[in-house]
Design a protein around this ligand. Sequence first.
Ligand SMILES: C[S@@+](CC[C@H](N)C(=O)[O-])C[C@H]1O[C@@H](n2cnc3c(N)ncnc32)[C@H](O)[C@@H]1O
Length: 195
Amino acid sequence: MLEHARRRTAEEHISYLLADAATYDFGEAAFDVCISRFGVMFFADPVGAFGNLRRALRPRGRLVAMVWQPRAENEWAQVIPATIARTTESDRADGVFRDESPFVFGDPEVTRGILMSAGFGEVTFAEVRERLYYGPDVETAYENVLQLREPLALLAELTPADADRARADLRAMLAAHDSGDGVLFDSAAWIVTAS
Ligand SMILES: C[S@@+](CC[C@H](N)C(=O)[O-])C[C@H]1O[C@@H](n2cnc3c(N)ncnc32)[C@H](O)[C@@H]1O
């Protein structure tokens, strides 16, 4: 992916780096802005990781990160796993949603607390509610869903017969979300800005 990106932007002043953003030494006060789209929710030590990013920012520099609102606000994050889990006998409240890491910054107060602990000052939240696009048609959307961690993990737990049923249910559910202009789900995110 990095090679591909380098080729596509060879004429521009852009450089690429493969690194753990939580710990990599980006230099002290070296950047004006740090931008992430759905990439900051997986740090094992969020305060340490945001502290590392803050050190790389100049005074009055900005961190701008897009993060999901809570799962309950995100139709895609409820309907897809629920469709898979429904096909098993043990339709379990305990087991369907196990990995909440994508949604850890859904609560603005929690997020603000983490960023302040990491040394940021003002923290603001801009709400983004958009239709989330899974693909131009059901088949593409189905293939895209089967690239995602949570659906794959849920499917892997099923017996072969249950997994077959779950895949058929997934296709039917995606067809119900086919708007004619793409397969769409409601979604809700925050654009968090911290200076
Ligand atoms: C949900 S994907 C979002 C990808 C892309 N930004 C987008 O919006 O389509 C999360 C990305 O964050 C990256 N990521 C997670 N933790 C990271 C870390 N500690 N350092 C660098 N990248 C990280 C993952 O490798 C993955 O590519």
